[in-house]
Design a protein around this ligand. Structure first.
Ligand code: HPA
Length: 251
C-alpha cells in the first residue's frame, strides 16, 4: 500500500483536523492506508480523528488526505507528531494544507466560520526541530501563494473567509478566560492545540504551507458556555462541506 502511495506521486496533501475527516467524501477516493501500516505513524487516540491516509483524485491529479492527526497532549514529542509530514515529504509531497478546529477569539469572527491562518504563535514550549542546530527562517510559514489562492477560491465560491493569527497551546484542557484575554493581548485571533509543529516541520523541509481553522466555538469566557470536545467535533462535522468546497476551489 505504501508502494502504491509512492507510485501515485501526489505533490499536494491536506491534513484534516478534529471532526473534519468528512472532507474526504467530497473527493474521489482511490484507496486508504491506516496510519498503523505507515512506518513512523501511529493510530490517533482522540475521538474525531480516524487515523488513515487517503489517496484521492481532484481534477485528474492525485491528492493525499491525512484523516486525523496526533497531538502533543497525547504525550508524544513534537518530533513524533510530525512524522506524517516527513513521510509525505519523503514520497514527494511539496504543498500541504493543515486544517484544524479552533476557538474564535477575535470579535468580528463567528462560531462555525473559517479562518485562513496568516501566522502563528507557538506557545507549546517545544518544536519538532529540537535537537538540531538549523536556524530556519519562519518569517513566512503560511505561504503568500496559498493565501492568495485561498482568497480567490473563497471569492469565487461566495464564501466568507476570515484571516488571522493562530495560537497553539499544549492542551488537552481548554483555556481559562484569563488565558484567552492574554492570548488576545498577544495578538491571537484563534486558539487550538495542533498544527504549529506540523507547520514548522513542513516549512523547515521547504514545503509550501497553508493553514485553515474551522472556528468551532467561541474561546473560553467570551460567551456563557462550557466547552465540550463532542460539540467541537460535531460543529466541525457539520461544516466539513463548506471546508471541502473551499479546498476544491483552491486546489
Ligand atoms: N481551544 C483550544 N482548542 C480548540 C478549541 C478551543 O476553544 N476549539 C477547538 N479546538
Amino acid at each position: 500500500m505504501i508502494r502504491e502511495l509512492e507510485d501515485a506521486c501526489p505533490d499536494t496533501a491536506i491534513v484534516l483536523g478534529s471532526g473534519l475527516g468528512g472532507v474526504v467524501e467530497s473527493f474521489g477516493v482511490e484507496f486508504e492506508v491506516p496510519y498503523t501500516e505507515v512506518p513512523g505513524l501511529t493510530a490517533s487516540t482522540v475521538p474525531g480523528h480516524a487515523g488513515r491516509l487517503v489517496l484521492a483524485r481532484h481534477g485528474g491529479r492525485p491528492l493525499l488526505l491525512a484523516q486525523g492527526r496526533r497531538h502533543l497532549y497525547e504525550g508524544l514529542t513534537a518530533h513524533e507528531v510530525t512524522a506524517g509530514i516527513r513521510f509525505m515529504h519523503g514520497i514527494g509531497v511539496r504543498r500541504v494544507v493543515l486544517t484544524n478546529a479552533a476557538g474564535a477569539i477575535r470579535d468580528s469572527f463567528e462560531a462555525g466560520g473559517l479562518m485562513m491562518i496568516t501566522d502563528h504563535l507557538n506557545l507549546q514550549g517545544t518544536t519538532p526541530l529540537l535537537g538540531g542546530a538549523h536556524f530556519h527562517d519562519m518569517s513566512e510559514v503560511y505561504s503568500s501563494t496559498w493565501r492568495e489562492r485561498l482568497h480567490q477560491a473563497a471569492q469565487q465560491e461566495g464564501m466568507k473567509l476570515h484571516e488571522g493569527v493562530y495560537a497553539a497551546l499544549l492542551g488537552p484542557q481548554y483555556e481559562t478566560p484569563a488565558e484567552i484575554r492574554m492570548l488576545r493581548t498577544l495578538g491571537a485571533d484563534a486558539v487550538g492545540m495542533s498544527t504549529v509543529p506540523e507547520a514548522i516541520q513542513a516549512r523547515a523541509l521547504g514545503m509550501e504551507v497553508a493553514g485553515i481553522s474551522m472556528l468551532t466555538n467561541w474561546a473560553a469566557g467570551l460567551k456563557p458556555q462550557t466547552l465540550h470536545h463532542a460539540e467541537v467535533v460535531e460543529v466541525g462535522r457539520a461544516a466539513s462541506g463548506e471546508l471541502a468546497r473551499l479546498l476544491k476551489a483552491a486546489l
